[in-house]
Design a protein around this ligand. Structure first.
Ligand SMILES: Nc1nc2c(ncn2[C@@H]2O[C@H](COP(=O)(O)OP(=O)(O)OP(=O)(O)O)[C@@H](O)[C@H]2O)c(=O)[nH]1
Ligand SMILES: [Mg+2]
Length: 250
């Protein structure tokens, strides 16, 4: 069971239009400071925030109840003039949890009217968050022949493929920066990590590594996934044949 909290700025589109045309720098600063604050608040509660198109935030919020979300909303209101709404959903897979949160939004299913929180809360805390951390093997050698913007073209084509592949497997992919991607994964998706790596090797000649981690909270799962990815690097750098996918148990 995955619980997902989606945070969205209230009436952001119309508000941006009131800021004049010399606004882009202000919007970028606002989005960056909002992201920093959200990552700080949620990571303190053992969750991780995933940035969705820079102005929307996904949190794997297993372990957090309505009170935790209210506390975060109160802190945000002290720090920012703009307000955010939170849409919470839970389901067996990450994609379905996203649908439930969306249903809470569309149907305005209120959890706390005062604090703009909607949806369905269930702070399940069994060991069930699965994170896959994908990374390109040896991007540095590509950087020697491709310019920065050409590298971005490679990375974002890969992102599009990964997003599509894993949505079909009820999972959510996010670009984390550099050559890093994280998938909030279903049990089925975890089994297909190797298939995706094979597909990208065949179609694009890109070698990917994938570390997997599971935990009660998203921070715990991400920590293990990154540790698993670093273990692939250690095996490779010791001169042994590296696995493509590795999963450390806690
Ligand atoms: N978000 C995130 N970014 C990282 C992480 N580690 C590295 N990066 C970014 O990824 C970029 C590429 O770094 P690496 O993946 O270590 O470089 P590489 O040449 O591909 O090396 P290998 O992955 O070890 O084969 C760095 O410049 C950072 O921007 C991480 O754990 N998380
Ligand atoms: Mg890399």
């Amino acid at each position: 069971m995955i619980q997902l909290s989606i945070l969205k700025i209230n009436d952001y589109g119309p508000w941006t239009l009131t800021q004049g045309s010399d606004r882009e720098h202000e919007l970028q600063m606002l989005q960056a400071s909002l992201y920093k604050e959200l990552q700080r608040q949620f990571s303190e509660k053992n969750c991780l925030v995933f940035l969705n198109r820079a102005d929307e935030f996904f949190v794997v919020s297993n372990g957090l109840n309505l009170e935790d979300h209210i506390e975060i909303q109160k802190n945000l209101r002290k720090k920012f003039d703009i307000r955010l709404s939170i849409f919470i959903g839970h389901a067996n897979s990450p994609f379905e949890a996203n649908l439930k949160a969306y249903e809470g939004k569309k149907n305005e299913i209120i959890l706390s009217k005062e604090h703009d929180i909607f949806g369905f809360e269930n702070a399940v805390s069994k060991k069930n968050v699965i994170i896959m951390h994908f990374d390109i093997d040896d991007l540095s050698s590509k950087r020697k022949i491709l310019s920065p913007i050409e590298i971005s073209s490679v990375i974002f084509s890969l992102y599009a493929k990964m997003l599509k592949f894993f949505i079909k497997r009820n999972s959510l992919t996010f670009f984390m920066g550099g050559d890093n991607f994280m998938v909030i994964a279903s049990v089925d998706a975890k089994k297909t990590a190797k298939d995706f790596i094979g597909l990208i090797k065949k179609e694009d000649g890109i070698i990917l590594n994938c570390g997997i981690g599971s935990g009660k909270t998203s921070r715990e799962a991400v920590n293990l996934a990154t540790k698993s990815l670093d273990t692939i690097r250690e095996i490779r750098d010791s001169g042994k044949e590296k696995p493509e996918v590795y999963e450390l148990q806690c």
